[in-house]
Design a protein around this ligand. Structure first.
Ligand SMILES: [Zn+2]
Length: 169
């Protein structure tokens, strides 16, 4: 009997403890904020639909007017998950952050200062802004000139408007 009561008490205690832990984790995800991934914070193209090539196109991130060769930083701490090339983003890097939010940096140079699996700190230099045309003659993604494309993804891989999450310094 005594054992039953203490077990019940323990289970209730555990349940409350888990509830508190969950609410703390939820709060930390709401407070997740990111830093600009470049010193050049002027934006040439915002997140959302835009008119282009006689049609509408969804721009899934923001474009920073950052010159070729300028530094690109991790927007917050995380783990480097991809270093690759795509026809849309050219040379790109992705980083996984806490709460399964991930960031993508596009139109980069071929100079990377990190490897897949590396842990990076906030504002750590990961690459530089690349040229429009790469050394191998291939266009560095869909771009009219050097700039940094930046996308944030939530845990379901849906894109987020980065401006809602970037901490204004
Ligand atoms: Zn873009």
């Amino acid at each position: 009997m005594c054992y039953d009561i203490s077990m019940k008490f323990f289970k209730n205690f555990l349940f409350i403890f888990i509830l508190i832990l969950c609410s703390l984790l939820e709060n930390s995800s709401q407070n997740t904020s990111f830093f600009y991934p470049t010193y050049f914070t002027n934006i040439s193209s915002y997140y959302g639909y835009r008119e282009i090539f006689n049609g509408t196109f969804f721009h899934n991130g923001i474009d920073f007017l950052a010159p070729q060769g300028s530094d690109v930083f991790s927007c917050t701490e995380g783990i480097v998950t991809q270093i690759g090339f795509s026809t849309s983003f050219g040379n790109y890097i992705t980083i996984l952050h806490s709460n399964n939010i991930s960031s993508l940096y596009g139109h980069l140079s071929s100079y990377h200062f990190v490897s897949i699996g590396d842990t990076v700190k906030e504002k750590q230099k990961i690459s530089t802004v690349g040229p429009k045309i790469l050394d191998n003659g291939i266009q560095n993604g869909i771009t009219t000139g050097p700039h940094l494309h930046f996308t944030l993804f939530d845990s379901n891989k849906n894109t987020l408007d980065p401006l809602l999450y970037i901490k204004k310094e």
